[in-house]
Design a protein around this ligand. Structure first.
Ligand code: SDX
Length: 427
């Protein structure tokens, strides 16, 4: 193992350099504070590895993304969302028998306790579906208290994983029905994962509903593309909440809340709102590019830029292609797709975006497809959560299997030095 030297205050401290299977290297600083009294400082963890992981590899410079070694392009083209979920969670592509067991188990657990409708009824229609989703997930702990035991068997954890994978689509669709003020639609175990979700989303009690295979296939691809993305904000949240031995449901609920932010998963909703604003403002993309470059303007080009990708986000490439074909197949002509393409073209020629290596990310085109599928804007981040669920589960499981310590970062204090209390009458 190679070493790094840290020179400080006349001392030299040797630290081992850890190398991963894709030749990434990290200075292991586990002993840094004990030998030198130093800690590192890295707001946003831009240069800090929180863990080692065998789940997802991405190379931001080369635009590479692989789940358990399989390129995202191949999985998006050839696999199914539940097969990718199994791959992420259990480490390998399942045998035919294992796959059938896994999918059948999920089908048989999509129904939720009737009392969840009482919880749902407590939310006004104006409630954002992401808030409903994270609340319903936390409420699972009330119905399956055995899942609170951090020392439960791995068989019991697997049951919890099946329940989470099976019930999240039901919660998501019910959150949508609550926002519409419509009665909920119960899961139909005769259907595959995506068709069942679409039926719960769009069916009405008075009519038969059959999901359009084009819509179902597009949804399958989008869910695969969102399934995991190594140590992003929401996944790091799931890991650190889980590191306190909090339950899977509590950790996933926290991940949903972290994903909600407009800088993270909330960006797909913010992109559509931005494109709508540009359209309503006469389609003046130049004006919005200038706003995004203006230091005094808080406006950002939503769906652009990425902490890791300093090249094209491979997912954005696939989604952009899919957007064209899905809208064509569905006969949808959405003017904001052209605005998005015009914005992308202008940004990729603009020195500001080129110098800062700001490219379209996964959120830039995904909302256009969701819209074409009939999914309302306030449900876009819920769709992201549906897709990211197997990644969150896989990362939580890996952290627990590796017995990782509770996450507790250090800080550097910059507040007042010691001072004595002064009575209020003397202040
Ligand atoms: C996701 O991490 C993941 O893997 C996340 C994700 C996943 O799958 O889990 O890929 C999903 O969250 C995608 C990102 C979705 N968010 C957005 O589209 C929101 C818009 N983009 C950003 O706000 C920003 O690019 C981030 C949050 C994505 C990344 O921010 P960083 O890495 O902290 O970079 P930064 O904010 O420090 O920006 C670096 C520079 C800054 O300028 P300077 O201070 O150096 O002068 O680039 C500028 C920023 O002002 N910049 C932008 C910009 N993004 C960055 N300027 C205009 N528009 C933008 N979108």
């Amino acid at each position: 193992m190679s070493k790094a030297e840290i020179r400080f205050d006349g001392q030299v401290y040797e630290m081992p350099v850890f190398e991963g299977t894709e030749n990434e290297k990290a200075i292991e600083i586990k002993t840094l504070r004990s030998v030198s009294g130093l800690v590192t400082l890295d707001p946003g963890y831009k240069n800090t590895g929180a863990t080692t992981s065998a789940i997802t590899f991405l190379d931001g410079e080369k635009g590479i993304l692989r789940y358990r070694g399989y390129p995202i392009e191949q999985l998006a083209e050839k696999s199914t969302f539940l097969e990718v979920a199994y791959l992420l969670i259990y480490g390998d592509l399942p045998s035919k028998q294992k796959y059938e067991e896994f999918t059948q188990n999920i089908r048989e657990h999509t129904l939720v306790h009737e009392d969840f409708k009482t919880i749902l009824d407590g939310f006004p229609s104006a409630a954002h579906p992401m808030g409903v989703l994270s609340s319903m997930v936390t409420a699972l702990t009330a119905f399956y208290p055995e899942a609170l035991d951090p020392n439960r068997s791995w068989e019991s954890v697997d049951m919890g994983i099946i329940r989470m994978m099976a019930k999240l689509p039901t919660f998501a669709a019910w959150a949508h029905k609550n926002a519409k003020g419509h009665p909920v639609i119960y899961p139909d175990n005769r259907l595959d994962y995506c068709s069942n979700f679409l039926k719960m989303m769009f069916a009405l009690p008075s009519e038969d509903y059959e999901a359009d295979p084009v819509v179902s296939a597009a949804l399958e691809k989008l869910l695969i593309l969102h399934a995991d993305h190594e140590q992003n904000c929401s996944t790091s949240t799931v890991r650190i909440v889980g590191s306190s031995q909090a339950s899977l449901a509590s950790s996933i609920s926290a991940g949903i809340s972290a994903l909600w932010g407009p800088l993270h998963g909330g960006a797909n909703q913010a992109v559509i709102e931005m494109l709508e604003a540009i359209k309503n403002d006469g389609g003046d993309t130049k004006k919005y590019l200038n706003k995004a470059k203006d230091k005094d303007d808080t406006f950002r080009l939503m769906g652009f830029g990425h902490r890791v990708y300093k090249n094209f986000d491979p997912r954005a490439k696939i989604i952009k292609k899919a957007a064209d074909s899905v809208l064509l197949k569905l006969g949808v002509n959405d003017p904001i797709l052209e605005i998005a393409k015009g914005l992308e073209e202008a940004a990729l020629e603009d020195p500001y975006f080129v110098e800062k290596k700001l490219y379209p990310n996964v959120d830039f085109y995904s909302g256009i497809i969701y819209r074409a599928l009939g999914i309302p804007t306030n449900m876009f981040t819920v769709m992201f959560a549906l897709g990211r669920l197997p990644g969150w589960i896989a990362q939580w499981k890996e952290m627990r299997e590796n017995n990782e310590p509770i996450g507790r970062p250090r800080q550097i204090y910059t507040g007042a030095n010691e001072r004595d209390y002064v009575d209020v009458n003397a202040r």
